[in-house]
Design a protein around this ligand. Sequence first.
Ligand SMILES: Nc1ncnc2c1ncn2[C@@H]1O[C@H](COP(=O)(O)OP(=O)(O)OP(=O)(O)O)[C@@H](O)[C@H]1O
Length: 263
Amino acid sequence: MQFHQPTPGEELIHFEHLQKTFGPKRVYDDLELSVNAGETLVVIGGSGTGKSVLLKCLIGLLYPDSGRILFQGQDVTRFHEEDFLAVRRRVAMVFQGAALFDSLTVGENVAYPLREHFPNMTPEELSRRVAEKLALVNLPGTEAMMPANLSGGMRKRVGLARAIATDPEVILWDEPTTGLDPITTQSINAMINSMKEKLGCTSIVVTHDMASAFAVADRIAMLANRRIVQVGTPEEMRRSTVPEVRAFLDARQEELAPREVAS
Ligand SMILES: Nc1ncnc2c1ncn2[C@@H]1O[C@H](COP(=O)(O)OP(=O)(O)OP(=O)(O)O)[C@@H](O)[C@H]1O
């Protein structure tokens, strides 16, 4: 499967009339969403609304019941496993819990997708690429460390280095800041922004964390009632009058507001 180098701003991904059920549970009715090359699109929505399922459908871990998912105009829902290899080289997923192989060193973790996608890469080239990606996530020289000896934030960054090892054009971030302290959260936000600025990557970020959403988003899409109810810039979303968006943001506002302390 061949894809061309996307031009910034062109429509890269289009979820079209997507329907998905799990048994009696309907997750999407008629979901529509476009993602443009070079942008960071954040998907927000309540728990269980189908944010992660959207990412999994894009890389073929799940299939929609009907509708299409166009990647540069090609319908990935019709792809066979071998075609998805080409998609997965271009679209990398950073999983919620970093999902490192605990028995492998940091360097071997980052080299893993390179060995899978480029079996003929020389050991020198492998080491060079691994060192380059670890430096990009501010973990230079950590190749020999074991995942068990890393902090949560470092594990996330190794997970990111592994995800970007194959130089993907698109990065999917599933709850990248969940469970992290404010300082690590900031460094992950900075990482998302720098992937766009330094490497021109397109990102889709799924998150509950509105502070993080506003820190990284070019556009925010809100998933509710089995469809995307609004897509807009952070400013447009802040001023939204769409009831589902208002209710979601107002609830988050209360969570974020400092609590009054009774004297
Ligand atoms: N493989 C699966 N088999 C059955 N049901 C599933 C599967 N994957 C997801 N679901 C269901 O689909 C719905 C959407 O799940 P999804 O993980 O996308 O939600 P989410 O919006 O990412 O939620 P959260 O924010 O809590 O992670 C949920 O009801 C979930 O239980």
